[in-house]
Ligand binder design. Structure first.
Ligand SMILES: CC(C)(COP(=O)(O)OP(=O)(O)OC[C@H]1O[C@@H](n2cnc3c(N)ncnc32)[C@H](O)[C@@H]1OP(=O)(O)O)[C@@H](O)C(=O)NCCC(=O)NCCS
Length: 176
């Protein structure tokens, strides 16, 4: 074999080795994103305000009032239910039903025109259930800081179309 031919072969082998190495590294980088998990995860059990993220914002309207012209607790509860449901679906898309409301506390009344901002925090992911911390704040948009009006936890069960519990496969567990 000529010197030129063996040089060419060495270069080719070197190129192939480099391509293989790059492919290996790219695969490694992608692995955490492709991973999914059905393991029990105690995600965030503290009540640290920083670990909550904004899920939904909604204005309290006259149609949401009771006969004393203050906002229905039931209306606020349903908004919290929706906010927590958004969080569940972000963790693992699918159908969910609410199974438990816990330690729900209404701290201050909400008025018509208040901007209600609902924050959520994943506290525990079980086999078929997720427990979400939920906190509502009111922003009166009057230059004063928002204040907390309700807080509590809500647990949801992931179900199939027949309403039977099914395992939760967490998207992107590394991003918790
Ligand atoms: C939710 C529902 C499907 C659960 O069915 P089930 O046969 O009781 O389910 P299981 O006993 O297997 O429990 C399912 C999950 O809920 C959890 N769970 C059950 N009771 C619980 C409680 N009191 N507190 C916290 N979690 C509870 C279980 O631990 C399990 O979670 P895991 O798999 O992560 O461990 C069923 O109760 C239901 O359809 N309820 C009505 C829901 C609904 O309509 N909600 C809207 C109300 S308008």
């Amino acid at each position: 074999m000529s010197a030129n031919a063996s040089k060419l072969i060495r270069e080719l082998v070197h190129d192939i080795e480099q391509t293989l190495e790059t492919t290996k590294q790219l695969k490694k980088q992608q692995e955490p994103h492709e991973q999914s998990s059905t393991a029990e995860v105690e995600v965030n059990n503290d009540n640290n305000n920083n670990s909550y993220r904004l899920s939904i914002s909604v204005f309290a309207m006259p149609a949401d009032t009771n006969s004393q012209q203050s906002i229905f607790g039931g209306w606020l509860l349903s908004q919290m239910d929706l906010a927590a449901l958004v969080e569940c679906k972000m963790q693992s898309p699918g159908r969910y039903v609410t199974i438990v409301l816990d330690q729900m506390k209404f701290l201050k009344p909400v008025q018509v025109g208040d901007l209600v901002q609902i924050y959520t925090n994943v506290q525990h992911i079980g086999t078929t259930s997720i427990r979400i911390g939920v906190r509502s704040e009111v922003n009166r948009l009057d230059g004063n800081p928002p204040f907390v009006v309700t807080q509590g936890t809500m647990t949801f069960v992931k179900t199939n179309e027949q309403g039977q519990p099914i395992p939760i496969v967490v998207l992107n567990p590394k991003s918790q």
